[in-house]
Design a protein around this ligand. Structure first.
Ligand SMILES: N[C@@H](CCC(=O)N[C@@H](CS)C(=O)NCC(=O)O)C(=O)O
Length: 210
C-alpha cells in the first residue's frame, strides 16, 4: 500500500510520475503551499516533522527524500523496471545519477533561481554560486550530448529525479545555450507518464500555472 503526500508545485510530482510509469495503485493526499511564503504548511508537518514533499508511506514506512523514495519503490514494487539490476554493468552509474540530482545539482540551481526574490545573493556569493551552476549544468549538458537517457539505453528513475531540476532550469532560462539538456527535457516531458503526473498533480513550476 502506497500513500503519496503531494505538495503543489513540487518534487512530489516525481513520485506521481514514477507510480504512473509503473502502473501502480496508490493513494494521493494533496497539500497546498502557503500563498505568501510558498512553504509547506501544518497539514504536511503533521505527517512528517520536516514538512517536505515528497513524503510517502509505503507499507507502513514513513519516508521522504526523493532519491531514496524512488529507490525504495523500485526495489519493492518495480519488478525489475526503470533501474539496472544490482550487479549489472550500468548499476553504479545509475545510482550516481539518481543521487546526483538532489545531492549535488538541485541546491545551487535553486539558490540561484530564488535569489532575485530575496534581494539577490550578495556580491561575494554571486560568483561562488553562479560558477557552480555553470559547471554543473555544463557537466550534464556534455553528458547528455548524443544520449537519449541519463543512463544506458533506457528510461530510469534517474531521469525522473533529475527532471525536476531540468524543468526548473528550463523555466529559469538557464538552458538557452544548452541544446542537449533542452531536447532531453522536452523528450522526457512528452512521455505519457509525465503528462499524467502533471494532469493529476498540477504543474511543477508555478509561473507556468494556467
Ligand atoms: N532533497 C529533498 C528535498 C525536499 C524538498 O525540499 N521539497 C520541497 C518541495 S520541492 C518542499 O517540501 N518544500 C516545502 C518547504 O520546505 O516548506 C527531496 O529530494 O525530496
Amino acid at each position: 500500500m502506497i500513500t503519496l503526500h503531494h505538495l503543489e508545485y513540487s518534487r512530489s510530482t516525481r513520485i506521481i510520475w514514477l507510480l504512473e510509469e509503473l502502473g501502480l495503485e496508490y493513494e494521493m493526499v494533496r497539500h497546498q503551499r502557503h500563498p505568501e511564503t510558498m512553504r509547506a504548511q501544518a497539514d504536511l508537518a503533521a505527517v512528517h516533522p520536516l514538512a517536505k514533499a515528497p513524503t510517502v508511506i509505503i507499507d507502513g514506512h514513513l519516508m521522504m527524500e526523493s532519491g531514496a523514495v524512488i529507490e525504495y519503490i523500485l526495489e519493492q514494487y518495480g519488478d525489475g523496471k526503470l533501474a539496472p539490476e544490482p550487479g549489472s554493468k550500468d548499476r553504479a552509474e545509475y545510482l550516481e545519477w539518481l543521487h546526483f540530482a538532489e545531492g549535488t545539482l538541485a541546491n545551487p540551481v535553486i539558490v540561484q533561481m530564488l535569489a532575485p526574490r530575496f534581494g539577490g545573493l550578495g556580491e561575494g556569493y554571486v560568483p561562488f554560486v553562479e560558477g557552480e551552476v555553470v559547471k554543473l549544468l555544463d557537466y550534464v549538458e556534455h553528458h547528455l550530448d548524443n544520449r537519449e537517457y541519463l543512463v544506458g539505453e533506457s528510461f530510469t528513475g534517474a531521469d525522473i529525479n533529475i527532471m525536476y531540476v531540468v524543468e526548473l532550469a528550463m523555466a529559469a532560462g538557464m538552458l538557452a545555450n544548452r541544446p542537449a539538456m533542452m531536447d532531453y527535457g522536452k523528450r522526457m516531458m512528452a512521455r505519457a507518464g509525465y503528462k499524467k503526473a502533471i494532469e493529476l498533480g498540477g504543474p511543477v513550476v508555478p509561473t507556468l500555472a494556467g
